[in-house]
Design a protein around this ligand. Structure first.
Ligand code: KIV
Ligand code: ZN
Length: 386
């Protein structure tokens, strides 16, 4: 079976950086952009150049530094935004302008005060202007998740004719169910004339915790680009987590979809973004959380010690994590205690292990975790008693 390549469009520096508290300075943005290129992302959305002089300068510096990945700048369907972003991207080896407008009835009626036809005209004019600067123009239909599919298809067809190379279908408010979002992508793939000339892209927010599931539904129904961020940072509840979609496709090869990401750099890239954005990663975060490869219950620890795959679907080395860990708590069993004691130099016969385990449980009931220093002390005590 052949494997289709899914493009990874990273928007950590745009959708992620606009989050309160995640602001980065230019040097930090350049560091992250360098790491994203090493990670193998296809597109780096470097910022929104018209939003501030600082963002303009950062996009310009990232464009100058980046040679392999496409560098993208966001705009509204506004002439000044497009001209400013084109100027910021002038030094890029592979520039992309990302322009768009709201398409849902809510956006047309309450935000833009435009009729559907007027919004469509603005969209076409924006794409035409962007196309006069760069070949690669991505169009986003903001709030596509809540946009009527027939109108959305009409807009997509018109911007395609105007020269758009990528059609971004954002679930801006994280509203859609996976089946619904997948059906939307399929509807566009089946009904937009000329769609074979463009790439359909997902951009899913996480308001209902469905961003990753929706992105995967999107690529299973014809999208070939996923927009995402490291650690899922992004507006409100966040965006699709890059590490999750990459590993889902890798863990399910029968889907026939894969990315060009070097997954062994996922852990260090996640840590870098978390550190520079001052945004801690929750311990139980999939793939990159501190507990993603930690085992604490006796039943699981026994299984992991006998055969890692009993409780792990990913080899931690594959995502750049040094090893799985066995955390000793009051829920741990003898097997885990014996395993850890052996690692730190105590090879115990059954009776000694039983004695050590009884003392261990008393200690573990008093504290959250039992660490190696505790075990050395405990072994001294057991020796004294013996
Ligand atoms: O969520 C969204 O709709 C966006 C667009 C600007 C692409 O971030
Ligand atoms: Zn977004």
């Amino acid at each position: 079976m052949s494997t289709d390549r899914i493009q990874i469009f990273d928007t950590t520096l745009r959708d992620g950086e606009q989050v309160p508290g995640c602001k980065l300075n230019q040097a930090e943005k350049l560091t992250i952009a360098r790491q994203l290129e090493a990670l193998g992302v296809d597109v780096i959305e470097a910022g929104f150049p018209a939003s501030s002089p600082g963002d303009f300068a950062a996009v310009r510096a990232i464009a100058a530094q980046t040679r392999e990945a496409t560098v993208c700048g966001l705009t509204r369907a506004v002439e000044h935004d497009i001209r400013t972003a084109a100027e910021a991207l002038r030094g890029a080896a592979r520039p992309r302008l990302h322009t768009g407008i709201g398409t849902s009835a809510l956006h047309l009626n309450f935000k833009l005060h435009l009729s559907p036809d007027q919004a469509l005209e603005r969209a076409v004019a924006a794409v035409r202007l962007a196309k006069s600067f760069v070949e690669d123009v991505e169009f986003y239909a903001e709030d596509a998740g809540r946009t009527d599919n027939e109108y959305l298809a009409r807009v997509c067809e018109a911007v395609l004719k105007a020269g758009a190379t990528v059609l971004n279908i954002p679930d801006t408010t994280g509203y859609c169910l996976p089946q619904e979002y997948g059906a939307k992508i399929k509807y566009l793939a089946d009904n937009v004339r000329g769609i074979e000339r463009a790439t359909l892209s997902t951009h899913c927010h996480n308001d209902l915790g469905l961003a990753t599931a929706n992105s995967i539904a999107g690529v299973m129904n014809g999208a070939r680009q996923i927009e995402c961020t490291l650690n899922g940072v992004g507006e409100r509840a966040g965006n699709t987590a890059l590490e999750e979609v990459v590993m889902i496709l890798r863990q399910h090869p029968y889907l026939g979809l894969d990315t060009g990401i070097n997954a062994r750099l996922l852990a260090e890239t996640s840590a870098l973004v978390s550190h520079l954005m001052c945004m801690p990663v929750q311990a139980n975060k999939a793939i990159v959380g501190a507990n993603a490869f930690a085992h604490s219950s006796g039943i699981h620890q026994d299984g992991i010690i006998k055969h890692r795959e009993t409780y792990e679907i990913i080899n931690p080395h594959d995502v750049g994590v040094a090893d799985s860990s066995i955390v000793l708590t009051a829920r741990s069993g003898r097997a885990a205690l014996a395993y850890r004691l052996q690692k730190i130099g105590y090879d115990l016969e059954k009776p000694a292990l039983n004695a050590a385990y009884a003392s261990f449980l008393q200690l573990a009931d008093r504290q959250r975790e039992v660490v190696n220093e505790d075990l050395h002390r405990l072994m001294e005590e057991v020796k004294v008693l013996a």
